[in-house]
Design a binder for this molecule. Sequence first.
Ligand SMILES: Nc1ncnc2c1ncn2[C@@H]1O[C@H](COP(=O)(O)OP(=O)(O)O)[C@@H](O)[C@H]1O
Ligand SMILES: [Mg+2]
Length: 243
Amino acid sequence: MTTTYDSIIQLKNVTFSDRGEPIIKNITGSFLEGKITTLVGPSGAGKTTLFRLCNGLISPDSGEIIIKEKPIDQYEPTELRRKVGLALQSATMINGTVFENLSLPLTLKGEALSKEYANELLEDVALGKEYLNRNVKDLSGGQKQKVSIARTLVNHPKILLLDEITSSLDRISQQDIEELIQKVNEKYGTTIIWITHNLEQALTIGDYTWVMMAGQLIESGESSILNHPKDERVKRFVKGDME
Ligand SMILES: Nc1ncnc2c1ncn2[C@@H]1O[C@H](COP(=O)(O)OP(=O)(O)O)[C@@H](O)[C@H]1O
Ligand SMILES: [Mg+2]
């Protein structure tokens, strides 16, 4: 078995189906440690399903998922959740203050978040201290998304899975989020895997890009592959024919 030293997630012949319907079809590939990989493909390609496999919410029918050189099924669920953070488009919040929302990953474990650490997290996502006691219902979509990202940083995950987190944001908030994710990547060496339907974003933010279609990994490599794809289907997709 060859293990590339710098793969943080390895998938080997991973398949997954739901009620007999194949959704992930024999995917083999690696995500590199400390890098930003963008994941693109038409709606229904299986991108979100791939994330659910990578954070252990669902298990493959066959094949292997190896995280940090250890098969995913050998992790305790809490250990896995600490290693692999997930942020979604719909930045889900509980009613209450920013502090209460940031505390959530710890209060669920019966622990408390310190004000100092909360402020540091806010700083990481470019929100001032004054936001700590604001009610989340008074925040804009972009600010909510920042709080949601700060919350996934509480446990300093090695890997951050981002699923369309800027899809519903205006251009400025989108750029804000892109900058702070790049900052997190540099500051903590966090491996980022970012699903986006914005090909411009995939190209500019990504070191590497995966293109998925109909449950398969069609093309992957440095993000510049989006400028000159080899596969005819990817060529059409990039031209917008399939969107
Ligand atoms: N819980 C589910 N039950 C049934 N089908 C699902 C479920 N989740 C996803 N699918 C199907 O799996 C395929 C891939 O979905 P998804 O991973 O959400 O794709 P993407 O994120 O690329 O849009 C789609 O055809 C979708 O209809
Ligand atoms: Mg999706």
